[in-house]
Design a protein around this ligand. Structure first.
Ligand code: HEC
Length: 426
């Protein structure tokens, strides 16, 4: 099939998927004020708006509609507006308004089919422009929360390298999994004047650091330095799996103490008073919350990150503290009994940060998370975790499948989303 044919098919698929799962789409739009491009426009086409006028010939007072029907109607009544789409795409893909020539190109196209061709060509041009690289660096700085004002301070890690590396992987159409698995040159710099990336090895401390994409980036390690290294693991979970802890749930939750144990590893498998009377922190406590619900996973990753110091550099011994009187440095036994191993998820054991990176790269949820973050960016929604701007799977399923099939090229996902019906219709 031609490239064009595939594109058209994808658009149709995404439209039918949306119609079929209309209710879910409406829920995702609910109460999200920045959700300007999705179904809930807050205008007269929005049933929740007092000024709502039902489209002619449907939805009269005598035939009340189900929410699904209402949403389908709204979706079907959207019209493509390539001029408006161009304006938004231009701001998002190169941080500038379209030129007069570009606006006229869309205007001059005689019908919707011709406007679509002209618009899609302009999207390709924007994605190929050097400004797109700067947009990507900013996108990742926002995602990683690593914006840094001024020069790198003496002795501190460069906080820009993680976002620059992620941008490079996207712009150069490399596999997204390199963010977790790449073993060299993960701390590049970008020169906006020469418009080039310069590959570089990350700065290191006294101990040679194994490189595993962003997972060993000194800027990130420094930014997320905290007691017992839990914040570093939380960063990985929330940024790349798009959800807060608990990271996963057992199919068979069990009543425990004053709550319910939902973890996918045995409750006894982490350190606590039951198996370790001298435990510094009782992760088996059940008196208020069930610590183990989150910590069965957290405790299987955090010990791998304890030796990075507050500057982000790997040291020979643990650098993070246990928050109890005396603030002792955290040791492996503070997290796990000696016989327990590390893991990304139940059934996904790992031994060190590089094998953790491989497990993360292989997790389909991580691919979906990348796609959903791009979707939210395109549609002007908030952060998927912190603003609860979650997306029903059905909405981005097509893009997620393509992303997995095309070798993790996020640039193609961006291209697809900015050309999708949901983006160009209003
Ligand atoms: C809902 C998930 C969840 C539950 C339940 C939970 N934790 Fe945590 N815990 C976390 C996360 C995530 C962090 C990292 C927070 C951060 O630094 O941003 C954390 C951090 C910690 C820390 C380090 C705090 C610090 O000073 O930086 C300790 C100690 C801890 N948890 C112990 C416990 C204990 C004990 C319980 C039960 C009483 C518990 N947690 C319940 C998710 C959870």
């Amino acid at each position: 099939m031609s490239k064009k044919g595939r594109q058209t098919m994808r658009l149709r698929n995404s439209a039918s998927t949306l119609a079929a799962f209309g209710l879910a789409v409406a829920l995702s739009g609910c109460g999200s004020s920045e959700d300007l491009n999705t179904v809930n426009k807050g205008g007269t086409g929005d049933p929740s708006n007092p000024g709502y006028t039902p489209p002619a010939g449907t939805g009269t007072a005598t035939t009340p509609q189900t929410p699904e029907e209402q949403v389908r109607q709204i979706l079907d009544s959207r019209k493509a507006d390539y001029g408006e789409a161009l304006r938004t795409a231009s701001l998002k893909l190169r941080d500038a308004l379209p030129s007069m020539v570009e606006i006229k190109t869309i205007e001059a196209a005689t019908d919707d089919a011709a406007k679509k061709v002209a618009y899609e060509k302009l999207v390709d041009d924007m994605i190929a422009s050097p400004e797109f690289t700067l947009v990507m660096v900013k996108f990742w700085k926002d995602t990683f929360r690593t914006g840094q004002v001024g020069a790198v301070q003496m002795g501190a890690a460069n906080r820009d390298t993680a976002a620059t590396f992620a941008a490079q992987v996207v712009v150069e159409s490399r596999n997204y999994s390199e963010l977790f698995t790449q073993t060299a040159n993960t701390c590049p710099t970008y020169d906006p004047v020469a418009k080039t990336f310069t590959p570089a090895t990350c700065a290191a401390g006294p101990v040679a650091t194994p490189t595993a994409g962003l997972l060993t980036d000194p800027g990130l390690m420094s930014q997320y330095f905290a007691n017992m290294a839990f914040r570093r693991v939380r960063f990985i979970q929330e940024t790349f799996a798009c959800s807060k802890f608990p990271a996963e749930y057992s199919a068979t939750p069990k009543p425990l103490g004053n709550g319910t144990f939902t973890g996918a590893f045995p409750y006894e498998s982490i350190t606590g008073k039951v198996n370790t009377p001298t435990a510094k922190i009782d992760f088996q406590d059940t008196s208020a919350v069930i610590c183990a619900n989150c910590h069965v996973n957290l405790n299987r990753m955090a010990p791998m990150f304890t030796n990075f110091d507050d500057k982000g550099f790997l040291q020979a011994a643990s650098q993070v503290e246990v928050p109890i009187p005396g603030n002792p440095k955290a040791a492996r036994i503070d997290y796990l009994p000696a016989a327990e191993g590390y893991a990304w998820r139940a059934g996904k054991p790992v031994t060190d940060i590089p094998t953790l990176g491989a497990a993360i790269a292989a997790d389909p949820e991580v691919g979906r998370c990348a796609v959903n973050r791009v979707w939210n960016y395109a549609m002007s929604r908030g952060d998927i975790v912190n603003d609860l701007a979650t997306i029903p799977n059905a909405v981005t399923d097509g893009f997620t499948k393509d992303f997995a099939a095309n070798g993790g090229k996020l640039k193609e996902t961006i291209r697809g989303i900015f050309k999708s019906e949901d983006f160009v219709k209003f």
